[in-house]
Write a protein that binds this ligand. Structure first.
Ligand SMILES: [Zn+2]
Length: 341
């Protein structure tokens, strides 16, 4: 069995990863709108989004590669911040949680090589392969790497996902005729729907909490002590969230429910690691969009027109917009829901 080290070169650069696994068109479909625009922004705008990924001062970085960096966010807890500007092995953020009796990996990432790379980081940091991999939702940038978590190199982990996440990932796999992903989905151990699952890692509890908002089937991975929340795509930090699948009336309450009253590390689905102030900014953004959408609904204004008059406070002005359409997409999602009720 190959022993990896902190210097593991991991997958080749993402251009190679991408062309080997997904032609560009497939890749964009796969990313499900989560990060496709982000990677394009990096590729075509010369990496102008790079400063948005800046880490907090004093943070301990244990590994840095072209597609992301691993930060220690607590004893035995690491967050991967993906920086998919030109290299797209992992695409989304995720993490590793170590306990005395097991290791949990959060997310399966956007490519099999990205997932395998992350599993090797877990082994290098903790001395063991992850025994469990948790999917926060079905979007391809979080789930398509599942086939990379098997094979002669590593012991295959149990995959934990909600039944809805498995079903939706299966639809994607069927659509793409992706046999490897279909096979990997056979290893999913369903989480009971609507219930918090407690994972006992010996000296540490990890709570898997079903939620809704970014999609119909979100899951957060929560650690009481130290206080760390892996938020999946319910939280985007310094990036205007993508409402492609969003249920707006559920998203804001779900984000509010994540907010703890004690200092907490929030690992977003995309963007740098967040603190409580960052989370509050996201809530403010969501509230502003909602208020604007409700006004537009009352006045019978179309989303495209309303988007032109959406004004955000200065603290949110530099949040990156993958495209000028993102605010319009958010308002359109709101107007759809408001018109239906
Ligand atoms: Zn995502």
């Amino acid at each position: 069995m190959k022993r990896s080290t902190g210097k593991d070169p991991g997958p080749p650069d993402s251009g190679e990863v991408q062309s080997r696994y997904y032609p560009r068109r497939d890749f964009l479909r796969l990313a499900g709108g989560c990060t496709a625009q982000l990677t394009l922004a990096g590729a075509f705008a010369g990496g102008t989004a790079r400063p948005l990924f800046a880490h907090r001062p004093g943070v301990k970085i244990v590994q840095e590669v072209p597609w992301g960096r691993l930060e220690e966010v607590g004893p035995g807890i690491w967050a991967l911040v993906s920086t998919p500007l030109q290299d797209r092995a992992t695409l989304c953020n995720g993490g590793i949680v170590q306990g005395r009796t097991g290791v949990v990996m959060v997310e399966a990432f956007g490519t099999p090589e990205g997932a395998a790379w992350m599993a090797r980081q877990a082994r290098a940091l903790t001395g063991r392969w992850p025994d469990q991999v948790v999917l926060t939702h079905y979007h391809g940038d979080h789930s398509a790497g599942l086939p990379g978590l098997a094979g002669p190199e590593m012991e295959a982990p149990v995959i934990r996902a909600t039944a809805a996440t498995r079903a939706l990932t299966r639809n994607t796999a069927l659509g793409r005729e992706d046999e490897a992903l279909l096979n990997a989905l056979e290893r999913v151990a369903h989480l009971p729907s609507g219930e918090v699952t407690s994972v006992d890692l010996g000296d540490r509890e990890v709570r898997l909490v079903p939620r809704e908002g970014h999609t119909a089937s979100d899951l957060t991975v929560e650690i009481p002590d130290p206080s760390v929340v892996f938020c999946g795509d319910l939280v985007w930090n310094r990036f205007f969230p993508n409402f492609v699948d969003t249920i707006p009336t559920l998203l804001t309450p779900a984000v509010r429910a994540l907010r703890r009253q004690r200092p907490t590390v929030y690992v977003p689905g995309h963007g740098p690691v967040a603190d409580s102030a960052d989370l509050d900014l996201l809530v403010e953004l969501l509230d502003r969009v909602e208020a604007h959408a409700r006004r537009a609904h009352r006045e019978g204004t179309e989303a495209s027109e309303a988007a032109e008059t959406l004004v955000l406070p200065s603290a949110l002005e530099d949040w990156y917009r993958f495209s000028p359409q993102y605010p319009e997409r958010a308002l359109a999602a709101w107007l759809r829901e408001l018109s239906a009720t």
